[in-house]
Design a protein. Structure first.
Ligand code: T4K
Length: 419
């Protein structure tokens, strides 16, 4: 065990060996794992690619995936990309956001902010809501100034932002509204896709996402004219063999990625349902653990369960988030502190007036407490139960709540609790 606190806890439970012997996982349990398609099916797609000798640039599989994804997601105008970050770069270019200020969240993956920087835009960090961890619309409005040209919001962990309120603010102030929907594959608000809101939304299809094309992403536009502009910009700005209509870039997805995506799409619903059951079990097993907070489903939202964040309150739980992270590693369980540190702490942004920690109290607190537990389609319910049991056990070890009868049971028969 790495930390003195962790050592103390383990001692109270009969020592390191006994605790680790019971609960240490034989194989590392990572925060996520892609659900791999059948290799034979992928090879069938490779056969076709070999026969056609068509590897990239709007190939047959690319076109098929674009059409099937649009249908699955329930949206009209979708453009595939080589990754999500490039898609977001292109969204800003396509919507003319290439100067001035953009109001955005600090509680995100650095890519969100970096694309602003690459477009010569100054990020203005806005605090987040305590219940969704998304940008707080009320605070957005207070940050709007003469140089503000857009809002770049993130549906963190796939939890939808307050889209109605953001739309209303953007409309009233004539601002572009872009969503980083990297985590929001398949998320729906009632009968609408979350991707229908704002001027454009970006999806990430990275290997760590609910739906993956190895590396990959997409932009969802709200009109065919915007989609055509995006498609031109992602292909060097080339309109046809003799005309370049703007300074574009290479954002194209290739046929190998598209083939992977076509197979992933076949199992996307099953995968999301498996994740739902795992998250449900986490919530059941962690219910009532003092100092551990979980997010619940939002009524009317179809979630994708791409992440399972918990918040660790050091005082009440009796151990800090960082100690818990270290102890879990000893058990071969690799959680992640998404999104700590806040992107506003990165040296390239820390000097901005809006990056001052005092201006971002909710984001600062959330980043210091958050821990994303493993969740992915091939994870077993039994592993979820063990992870939750370790967390429960370690909390109770501080005597804040006595769970002596909860201490060290042999894990249940794995076969009995497979998803
Ligand atoms: N906006 C937001 C809000 C984002 O979260 C992201 C990306 C983007 C924009 C940019 O989209 P992309 O341009 O990436 O499409 C990972 C991903 O690389 C990144 O895509 C993702 N967000 C971010 C949240 O997570 P890392 O640095 O944590 O990745 P890594 O390599 O540590 O992987 C995490 C775990 O996943 C590993 O511990 C094991 C597992 N894993 C990973 C890979 C790559 C696998 O099992 N297999 C794999 O192939 O960033």
């Amino acid at each position: 065990m790495k930390t003195p606190k962790a050592e103390q806890i383990v001692k109270r439970h009969g020592g390191r060996e006994s605790l680790l012997k019971t609960y240490r996982q034989k194989e590392p349990v990572m925060v996520t794992r892609p659900t791999m398609p059948q290799l034979a099916e992928y090879v069938r797609y490779l056969d076709g690619i070999w026969r056609r000798c068509w590897l990239t640039n709007d190939g047959e599989l690319h076109r098929q995936l674009e059409a099937e994804l649009a249908l699955y997601l329930g949206i009209e105008h979708l453009s595939l990309f080589c990754n999500g970050a490039t898609a977001l770069l292109v969204a800003l270019q396509a919507l003319g956001v290439n100067g001035g200020e953009v109001i955005t969240t600090p509680f995100t993956f650095p890519a969100t902010t970096h694309v602003l920087h690459w477009n010569r835009v100054q990020p203005v960090f806005c605090d987040i809501e305590p219940d969704t961890f998304n940008i707080d619309p009320e605070r957005v409005e207070r940050l709007i100034g003469p140089d503000t040209c857009a809002i770049l919001a993130v549906h963190v962990y796939g939890n939808p932002c307050n889209v109605e309120r953001l739309e209303e603010i953007a409309h009233r102030h004539h601002l572009v509204l872009i969503y980083d929907a990297a985590h929001a594959f398949g998320v729906r608000l009632g009968d609408r896709s979350v991707l229908e809101f704002g001027h454009m939304s970006m999806l990430s299809f990275h290997a760590t996402k609910v739906f993956s094309t190895i590396e990959g992403g997409a932009l969802v536009s709200q009109s065919d004219a915007d989609r055509r502009r995006v498609n031109c910009l992602k292909n060097f700005g080339i309109a046809n063999e003799e005309s370049v209509i703007g300074p574009g870039i290479n954002g194209k997805m290739n046929e190998f990625q598209a083939a992977f995506g076509l197979l992933q799409l076949k199992t996307a619903d099953t995968d999301i349902e498996r994740r739902r059951l795992l998250v449900k079990r986490y919530r059941e097993c962690l219910r009532g653990v003092p100092g551990i907070r979980v997010l619940n489903d939002i009524p009317g939202v179809r979630h994708n369960y791409g992440y399972f964040p918990i918040l660790v309150d050091t005082e009440t739980y009796g151990m800090s988030r960082d100690d818990l992270y270290c102890v879990l590693r000893e058990f071969n369980i690799f959680t992640r502190k998404y999104f700590y540190p806040l992107v506003s702490h990165a040296p390239c942004y820390a000097g901005l007036p809006s990056a001052a920690p005092a201006k971002l109290p909710v984001a600062e607190k959330t980043a210091s407490q958050v821990l994303c537990l493993p969740v992915f389609g091939t994870l077993s319910l039994q592993t979820v139960e063990v992870i939750a049991r370790i967390i429960r056990l370690l909390g109770s070890a501080h005597g804040l709540s006595d769970h002596r009868d909860d201490v060290i049971h042999a894990p249940r028969d794995p076969a009995a609790s497979r998803v």
